[in-house]
Design a protein around this ligand. Structure first.
Ligand code: U5P
Length: 378
């Protein structure tokens, strides 16, 4: 019965980092495979893109009634999930993030009936941050235990979920992925000339500039590298630590060598400009930008934290050092960029690994198998 086409509701934070991107891309791929996909979110997912006959979007509107001290988004979402599930006869809801999405989906399931299945994907912060908060950890635990299937984006996140929340149930490992039709080495010869001279190497960092990304380390690594080889640094994205970084770059006299590109949409194009990606995060449940870089043939130098070592094999597809060890990371960058034969080998390893291990076809099929399993249609 595997040829059965499904009706799937997807809820995610549509504009939030890796989880929003992966949820949206997954929905698009499922629609391409003939499933009917209903996005149920508070705003349009930012990479939804072109019209597709199998993709529907339902906007969650929050009631602004004066007695509500806080507008009840969670209740509006639960109610919308139930409405759409009934109206469209959905087979299942696939929600990204336990809080609040899995809780809302479980409420919708109670309203609609147990035929509606709930698949929850854990992306990280709900576990690593909220899981430590006693006031809410019981609710997260409940959401995880009551979902019909739970998946997480790295082994490290599965381990952490088990430890922090005392979870015993099965959790499927579903690594994040990139669409190989979008993420591949782009020809950027012309554009490159606008950012760097031919002899200069380009380092790149892409993030939401939150403290967990340790952007100050990116600047320290670059300060070290730029003393040893001609190089430039590109920063993509924006967030709370951006202004501090602009000040730090100025203080170190690096302003001429650093470009702040702001938020960018066509990330694969920008990544292709770079020779290496820097990702020295304190913690990363997966590290989607490192995979995006890998698929574009750009090796990552980063920290040995969270799920990063599952993605980047030290010495093969990049180099890792302990969190905060910016000297070691700078040494790795210099070694790699000074040895053309090694560099080309690492780039090739990156392309192979992204293509064969973290490819859209594999992940989409993995999620489909989980859907069929919870629906008892194996
Ligand atoms: N991203 C953008 N534009 C930006 C900054 C980030 O599209 O200006 C995307 C990255 O390409 C990646 C996600 O897909 O946001 C961040 O992933 P993560 O750091 O949450 O894993």
């Amino acid at each position: 019965r595997k040829s059965d086409k499904l009706k799937i509701g997807i809820t995610c934070y549509p504009t939030l980092g890796g989880s929003g991107v992966v949820a949206t891309e997954l929905g698009k791929l499922l629609a391409e495979k003939g499933h009917e996909v209903h996005f149920i979110t508070h705003s349009m997912p930012f990479r939804l893109g072109k019209f597709h006959k199998n993709i529907f979007y339902h906007e969650v509107e929050v009631s602004q009634y004066y007695v509500f001290r806080y507008p009840p988004y969670d209740l509006s979402l639960a109610s919308k999930l139930a409405q759409v599930a009934k109206m469209e006869e959905l087979d299942l809801l696939h929600v990204h993030y336990a809080i609040p999405h899995a809780v809302c989906a479980l409420l919708a399931k109670q309203m609609v009936g147990s035929k509606l299945k709930v698949v929850t994907t854990l992306h990280g912060t709900d576990i690593t941050v909220l899981g430590q908060d006693q006031s809410i950890s019981d609710l997260i635990q409940y959401a995880i235990n009551e979902s019909d299937a739970v998946t997480a984006v790295s082994k490290d996140l599965i381990k952490e979920t088990r430890e922090l929340l005392d979870i015993e149930r099965d959790i499927d490992l579903t690594y994040n992925f990139v669409d190989k039709r979008v993420y591949y080495p782009r020809d950027v010869t012309k554009l490159r000339g606008e950012f760097a001279r031919p002899e200069e190497k380009i380092l790149i960092h892409i993030s939401n500039f939150r403290p967990v990304k340790r952007v100050q380390d990116v600047v320290d690594i670059f300060a070290n590298v730029s003393k040893r080889i001609p190089s430039r640094l590109l920063f993509v994205g924006e967030g709370p630590d951006l202004s501090k970084m602009i000040a730090k770059v100025k203080e170190l006299g690096l302003t001429d060598k650093v470009t702040f590109c702001g938020k960018q949409d066509d990330v694969s194009q920008v990544i292709s400009l770079a020779d290496v990606m820097l990702l020295p995060s304190e913690k990363e449940s997966f590290g989607l930008v490192a995979l995006e870089a890998m698929a574009c043939g750009v090796p990552t130098i980063g920290s040995n934290a969270g799920g990063i070592p599952e993605l980047i094999t030290h010495g093969e597809t990049g180099y890792l050092a302990e969190v905060g060890d910016t000297d070691a990371m700078a040494d790795h960058v210099v070694n790699l960029l000074s040895n053309q034969v090694l560099y080309e080998q690492v780039v090739q390893n990156c392309l192979d690994r992204a293509r064969y291990t973290f490819c859209n076809d594999i992940t989409t099929q993995q999620y489909e198998e989980i859907y069929y399993r919870v629906l008892g249609r194996e």
